[in-house]
Write a protein that binds this ligand. Structure first.
Ligand code: GLV
Ligand code: MN
Ligand code: MN
Length: 405
């Protein structure tokens, strides 16, 4: 049905279902994500949008203006990759709502004076290669393409290999300033990841800011041995050190008002019940409005880990995988969105987004759609059908204002 984001979401509800974890696992360039990208290209093509894949694997579906150049364009869109065991809204809601908004604009007989594109960004979650918002970071020149080609997924496959299999030439990834310069505004609609709209009784909000956040990979090396034959005093157990890392992160994040510190992924090698581990890989996710607070928490946790590693006879190596400073969205665009949507409150978010990366280069804004559980990165994430519909209308209203003047 035209203009129906709920129907579009229903079409993809079977893709990437994760029977083990629950929810969806749609890692970038994996079969489910590639199926979603094909679905998007098909649905965009049926709408007469011209679909292209750029050098960074970003999909662009263009509503061009006959005879006009792609200048001062307006872009909307989001991502189709997910975290392991995520919901069906984080990402796909913005993509489905963008297609629905195109339908609504056409139903209204809107005649754009500038082109509109719907974009789908790869690896927003960083769930496969570790770097969040990888597609937009490449586009904006915020990550070294050489480093990206060498990034490895869980199975040891490089980005270059995986991208090649997905039909993307890894030699072509990297900054695209001409494309960025052609964009006048980017607006991403996203399911709310939090409870702000529940308490305010509104279906849609305009984003104010994204707090600073980053990810660090920590590798702790010890000495693998036998769980029964090795005396406690003789052990060099990296799991004991990892436990101290996790405890320290909780302790240091707790004492900083509104800080967030998470270890959500740990890999114990070789990983046997009766085996003292040889190594542990773990990942820290730390967030706060103030980036110096984020860095302070990380350095305190690293120091605590190093002390514990010394005592245990282990070694520690830490690598920053990605860092996103606090983003305040473009004030003029935000005011324009509020004029169009006067009932929508302004909410900040603790979640990262491609919009946050693009905000460094172009005027950018976001819309959030109410989530009755407030939960995200879990199958419990949800948006009511009437709010999904309200979100698509709000996006269409904002886009109409942007493409007609
Ligand atoms: C992405 O959703 C993030 O905030 O990490
Ligand atoms: Mn998202
Ligand atoms: Mn997410």
């Amino acid at each position: 049905m035209s203009g129906d984001a709920n129907a579009l979401l229903d079409e993809i509800a079977h893709i990437g279902v994760d029977r083990q974890r629950g929810g969806y696992t749609r890692l970038v360039f994996s079969p489910p994500e590639l199926e979603l990208r094909e679905w998007f290209a098909r649905r965009a093509g049926e709408r007469g949008l011209r679909v292209e894949t750029d050098g960074n694997g970003i999909l662009w579906a263009w509503w061009d203006i006959e005879g006009a150049e792609r200048r001062d364009v307006v872009v909307t869109g989001s991502h189709l990759d997910s975290v392991p065991g995520g919901g069906n809204f984080d990402g796909p809601l913005g993509v489905a709502s963008a297609l629905a908004a195109v339908d609504l604009l056409r139903d209204r007989g809107v005649r754009p004076v500038r082109p509109l594109a719907v974009a789908v960004f790869p690896e927003e979650e960083g769930s496969r290669f570790g770097v969040a918002c990888l597609g937009t970071r490449l586009l904006a020149g915020l990550v070294d393409p050489e480093r990206v080609r060498e990034l490895r997924d869980e199975s040891g496959r490089s980005f270059a290999e995986v991208a090649t299999d997905a039909g993307i030439d890894p030699a072509l990834i990297g900054p695209d300033p001409a494309r960025l310069q052609s964009i006048a505004a980017f607006v991403e609609l996203h399911v709310e990841q939090g409870r702000g709209l529940i308490d305010l009784g509104q279906p849609v909000a305009v984003a104010g800011a994204i707090i600073a956040h980053g990810r660090w990979h920590m590798r702790i090396d010890g000495r693998g041995d036998h769980a029964g034959a090795t005396r406690m005093v003789d052990r060099q157990d990296p799991v004991v050190v990892a436990a101290e890392t996790i405890r320290a992160l909780r302790a240091h994040a707790l004492v900083v008002d509104e800080a967030r510190g998470t270890v959500g992924r740990i890999k114990v090698t070789p990983g046997g019940t009766n085996v003292i581990a040889a190594s542990v890989d773990l990942w820290l996710d730390v967030r706060h409005r103030d980036e110096t607070a984020v860095r302070r928490i990380v350095s305190e946790v690293v120091a605590a880990t190093e002390r514990s590693a010394d005592a245990e006879g282990c070694t520690v190596a830490v690598t920053e995988q990605s860092f996103s400073p606090m983003v305040a969205f473009d004030a003029a665009l935000r005011e324009r969105m509020r004029e169009v949507l006067p009932a929508a409150p302004v909410l900040d978010t603790g979640a990262g987004h491609d919009a946050g990366v693009l905000a460094a280069a172009i005027p950018t804004g976001m819309l959030f759609v109410r989530n009755p559980t407030g939960a995200s990165h879990t199958p419990a994430e949800v948006a009511a059908p009437e709010d999904v519909a309200a979100g698509a209308i709000a996006l269409a209203d904002v886009l109409e204002s942007l493409i007609t003047r």
